[in-house]
Design a protein around this ligand. Structure first.
Ligand code: ZN
Ligand code: ZN
Length: 323
């Protein structure tokens, strides 16, 4: 099983950004403050933007020159307007000293449940045509043993929440295999594929054994799920949408811009309080809640002390792990 590591690279009070590392590939959710190390950047596969408010997109610029060293295009996925906004970011600078097509970005734009795509190569002339086409999100967001799902939340503009989910996978229980007296071989791979077809047979070195007789040694493991959701109002509609992608997540990165004492302010600004983040985590049945995107108004220099008040507020409603 690949290890998964996630981290807020901008901290809890900085402009938001989370990096997810899995099996030598890195993914960024939002481009807030903070710089990635070169090695983190070299493994970057895709950037997911929740929305284009300044605090979530201002940190995109440093990725542009770094992408010069990437052999493959970096995928940049975001809500409506993403293609034009990425072009505007790149075109804000002069790229006269680099070779044609040195910057390679494959940009996707989510409009409701549709996905638009443009393959952008820079430097290019502003007059040059580029094609925008509709693509099948299953093809784009299914990566072998994991996939990305998204939902568009209400933040007065769409704010996209993303779920990174591994596919369920099958293991063989070594102890049970030993107890069966059977010898390991290629048949175990066949069993992993056919385990849910009990009437099938497995080729055990030329001898055929019914799959259901071997089922005890098969262990079905649930893939892990990491969800990133930020900048949205606490509403029945938004909760319903998150239930579709975030239920039972192993890690739920959820914004908590305000403390409950300012719940009116939170509502007016289409944000959550820490208490609402706790209620949501409980409703979604997640295992671990990671609170972030705390308003800087609370930051008086003692970040860890203030962060504890957000955690304690959320813990009134959510009994799982919170950090
Ligand atoms: Zn926002
Ligand atoms: Zn924000």
């Amino acid at each position: 099983m690949e290890s998964i590591e996630t981290r807020l690279f901008a901290g809890k009070f900085g402009n938001p950004g989370m990096i997810l590392k899995r099996g030598g590939e890195n993914f960024i959710f939002d481009c807030g403050d903070g710089l990635l190390s070169k090695s983190d950047f070299n493994k970057l596969k895709a950037v997911f933007i929740s929305h284009h408010h300044y605090d979530h997109f201002s940190g995109f610029d440093p990725l542009i020159p770094l992408s010069l060293y990437h052999e493959n295009p970096i995928k940049v996925i975001g809500p409506e307007g993403n293609i034009q906004r990425v072009i505007a970011k790149v075109m804000a600078y002069n790229w006269n000293l680099i070779k044609e097509d040195d910057i390679k970005l494959d940009v996707y734009e989510i409009i409701e449940d549709k996905l638009l795509f443009a393959s952008l190569r820079f430097p290019f002339n502003l007059d040059q045509k580029y094609e925008i086409k509709k693509v099948d999100q299953k093809e784009v967001l299914n990566f072998g043993d994991y996939k990305i799902r998204f939902t568009s939340l209400d933040h007065s503009i769409p704010s996209i929440a993303y779920a990174f989910s591994e596919k369920d996978y099958v293991n063989i229980d070594k102890q049970k295999l030993l107890e069966s007296g059977l010898n390991p071989g290629a048949w175990l791979e066949e069993l992993k594929v056919k385990f849910n077809q009990p009437r099938s047979v497995i080729d055990y070195f030329g001898e055929y054994i019914e799959t259901h007789k071997l089922i005890d040694m098969v262990v079905l493991n649930q893939g892990r799920k990491i969800v990133y959701a930020t900048d949205f109002i606490y509403s029945v509609d938004n909760i319903g949408k998150l239930l579709n992608i975030a239920k039972g997540a192993d890690e739920f990165y959820c914004e908590a811009n305000f403390l409950s004492s300012e719940h009116i302010n939170a509502k007016e600004n289409y944000h959550l309080t820490a208490g609402q983040a706790g209620m949501l985590a409980s409703e979604l049945g997640v295992k671990k809640l990671v609170l972030f995107h705390h308003s800087r108004r609370y930051n008086d220099g003692s970040e860890s002390v203030i962060s504890k008040s957000f955690i304690s507020e959320a813990s009134r409603y959510f009994k799982g792990e919170i950090c």
